[in-house]
Design a protein around this ligand. Structure first.
Ligand code: GLV
Ligand code: MN
Ligand code: MN
Length: 412
């Protein structure tokens, strides 16, 4: 079978309709999606995908951290499979494409292979990684991190959300959709399709991004302990105001992280102030830091300055800082990057090579096997926002490049 013949079987209408079906699960009034990891909505999305897979005769399995696998068998089941996928969970005010697009583009490839009557040598598997977003449970990329051996299973199962529910409890509450499988089976190659989540492809007028790697990231959880006191009577010298200490620390980090060429990404995305009363000086503050940079040495240097900078700014309060995620920059394997480039050129899409600013499960899979990614544009580069938008034409273009890439890898 020639490349173009398989690409013709990748259906824009079917992919778009499946994207719409899953966007309805956890749909928000503003047109986005809230489908936090391991919630009933996430469970419903998993059941829906598994139902489509079983109806097609693909096999479905799960593992102990809640990753979901859909497998189309190859002619030699003893060979390591080629894998694709992404995640079904979203941010609290998430969009209709982040994550789910990569899972459904992969599923579309399985259906196209079936429709075209193609038998691949290696099995092709689509995976829905558990908790990529890290919105409900930290860190993110938990499913791929455990799969790749970078995060201990028992530790991750014990991670609790804000209400105290653990990952393990939430997995046990999900509908069971397939047999349980071990981690760590060999994978020949991993390719993930995703919206770019940034403005570069759109600005260049290009359809496909050939992703060269992912920038480094470090996450921190900060807890500051002061002392509750009366807001109306307590003089400044007697206060141990945890919020003021937090603000001084964040301000100091902001100065440190503001670089002239705007490469550093520094975000405080969550803060909780206790006891949360207008007339009580805050006795405790909890907040998170998400810091990223493309250069490994800078990720190390600036990341290592977080603790001393915050300690110096804590004043009379006590501070504890825990690093919850460490992901150095990753360069993807030429085996996959070149294959993505070849497929893109063969299909005639306008393209350019670019690194990823966002984290992806591909970062952890790169530790296990040759890995690469395919980006498509999203409107205005907007993501982690209910307004996130991508066109049917771009969605199918990415799926066609994915199909040709997976086919070549599965026959090798
Ligand atoms: C994933 O959404 C990330 O980049 O944090
Ligand atoms: Mn994503
Ligand atoms: Mn995301």
């Amino acid at each position: 079978m020639t490349r173009a013949v398989l690409a013709e079987h990748v259906s824009e209408a079917r992919l778009w309709s499946r994207l719409s079906d899953l966007a309805a699960i956890g749909a928000t009034p503003k047109g986005g999606v809230c489908r936090l990891a391991l919630t009933p909505e996430d469970g419903a999305a998993r059941v829906t995908l598994a139902g489509w897979a079983k109806a097609r005769g693909f096999s479905v399995s799960e593992d102990a951290i809640g990753n979901l696998y859909v497998r189309r068998e190859g002619t030699d089941p003893s060979l390591a499979p080629v894998m694709t996928g992404s995640h079904l969970d979203t941010q609290p005010t998430g969009g209709r494409f982040d994550g789910v697009y990569g899972v459904l583009a992969g599923f579309e490839v399985l259906e196209a292979l079936d429709d075209a009557g193609v038998q691949t040598r290696r099995a092709v598997e689509v995976v829905g990684w558990m908790n990529e977003e890290g919105a409900r449970f930290q860190p993110g990329c938990m499913g791929s991190g455990v799969f790749a051996g970078a995060m201990p299973l028992a530790e991750m199962l014990a991670v609790a959300d804000k209400q105290g529910a653990t990952v393990g409890e939430a997995i046990a509450a999900l509908p069971k959709i397939g047999p349980t499988r071990d981690f760590g089976f060999p994978v020949h190659a991993y390719v993930e399709a995703h919206i770019e989540q940034g403005p570069r492809l759109e600005a260049a007028g290009d359809t496909i991004g050939i992703v060269t790697g992912i920038q480094g990231a470090r996450w921190f959880a900060v807890e500051i302990t002061g002392s509750e006191a009366h807001a109306g009577t307590t003089p400044r010298a007697q206060r141990k105001d945890a919020l003021m200490a937090a603000l001084d620390g964040i301000q100091a980090l902001r100065a440190l992280m503001t670089d002239p060429d705007d490469q550093v990404r520094f975000t405080v995305g969550r803060m909780e102030v206790f006891p949360g009363s207008p007339n009580t000086v805050p006795g405790k503050v909890f907040y998170t830091i998400d810091f990223r940079h493309p250069d490994a040495a800078t990720v190390q240097r600036l990341g290592d300055l977080v603790v001393p900078t915050l300690e110096a700014a804590a004043g009379p309060c006590a501070i504890s800082v825990r690093e919850t995620f460490t992901g150095p920059p990753v360069a993807f394997d030429p085996l996959v990057v070149d294959q993505v480039a070849a497929a893109t050129k063969a299909l005639g899409y306008a393209h350019h090579a670019l690194p990823s600013g966002a984290n992806h499960d591909a970062k952890f899979m790169a530790r296990r096997c040759p890995t690469g990614m395919i980006f498509i544009p999203c409107l205005g580069g907007v993501s982690h926002n209910e307004a996130e938008s991508a066109t049917p034409a771009d969605c199918v273009a990415g799926a066609r490049v994915l199909a040709e890439t997976l086919l070549a890898l599965a026959q090798s």
